[in-house]
Design a protein. Structure first.
Length: 300
């Protein structure tokens, strides 16, 4: 999705951090980090479990290389990835500020959004390495996104690195924040695995909420300019978001990494499930339709 060129952005909507650049598993090589990520998917251990008590990465934090000073307009969002992250966050804020109270009777509070580079980041959930990928920490209500993830998503998981695919990833993590505001994060058992587990249901609901954002994104306006944040997505652009959802399915990741699929270890859902729930949110725009916890196992 392209942002309207004349919307105004606040560079301060995100924070930037640089993680420690000391030793990590495998000497900090990209291949080693990705191997840890893929292993976590194959074994079915929830990625959020990697956040606690991690001392694998150490070193002195340095100034971030992520420059957000240029991120003041939609034109910049269409040109620079970090600016696209800011614009996506502001669009998500605007959509959820309307839809959450309107549909669920709950006030929206903005999550923090941390863009980071380096090899680890400290959070209220513990220390995370870039192997974890983008994640939401309920402890500090922050979304964390390692800026190297999108290129890794393309090279390792086979997803197309396109603007709407990137925006889908951010919208999914904001979906977890919506779950936190609605009490879902605190009322479910996300320690288990399997195709019918609470872990999978939680992730699929976040996918559905990402679709809800797409449903309203082109009709929700920037309060500073009165201009819609985004241009109506084309079918080709929607296809790239669907491709991203397919690429982060547990079965797809397991097949690529080991050649076998074991649904008993799933934590995020199959490619088919992720696409179906994202599409449900996108077509309906309804939080009620995103209730994955009310669906029987065979229909999930």
């Amino acid at each position: 999705m392209s942002f309207n060129r004349n919307i105004k952005l606040d560079p301060n909507r995100v924070q930037t951090r640089s993680g420690g650049r000391g030793a990590v598993i495998g000497g900090g090589s990209v291949l080693a980090v990705l191997a840890v990520f893929l292993l976590s998917q194959v074994t079915g251990v929830d990625l959020s479990g990697l956040l606690g008590g991690q001392d694998a990465a150490s070193g002195t934090s340095t100034s971030s290389t992520i420059d957000t000073s240029v991120c003041t307009s939609g034109q910049a969002a269409n040109q620079y990835t970090q600016c696209r992250m800011i614009a996506t966050a502001e669009s998500l804020d605007a959509v959820w500020d309307e839809q959450l109270p309107g549909q669920a009777g709950t006030a929206y509070a903005e999550p923090g959004f941390i863009l980071w580079d380096g090899q680890s980041v400290s959070t209220a959930c513990g220390s995370a390495t870039s192997a974890v990928g983008p994640f939401y920490c309920p402890g500090d209500s922050n979304v964390y996104l390692d800026m190297s993830f999108f290129s890794d998503m393309e090279s390792t998981l086979g997803a197309q690195d396109t603007p709407l695919a990137e925006e889908y990833i951010v919208a999914h993590e904001f979906g977890h924040h919506i779950q936190n505001l609605l009490g879902v994060m605190g009322s479910t058992d996300r320690s288990g695995t399997g195709a019918d587990s609470d872990s999978v249901r939680t992730e699929l609901q976040a996918d559905c909420y990402a679709g809800v954002w797409v449903h309203y994104a082109a009709s929700t306006v920037d309060p500073d300019t009165g201009t819609a944040f985004l241009v109506e997505p084309t079918q080709a652009e929607i296809a790239t978001a669907i491709n991203a959802a397919e690429s982060v399915g547990d079965d797809h990741i397991q097949q690529r990494s080991s050649g076998t699929v074991n649904s008993d270890t799933w934590t995020h859902g199959s490619s088919e499930q992720r696409v179906r729930w994202f599409t449900t949110g996108m077509e309906s725009g309804s939080l009620e339709q995103c209730d994955t916890f009310a669906v029987a196992g065979s229909r999930l």
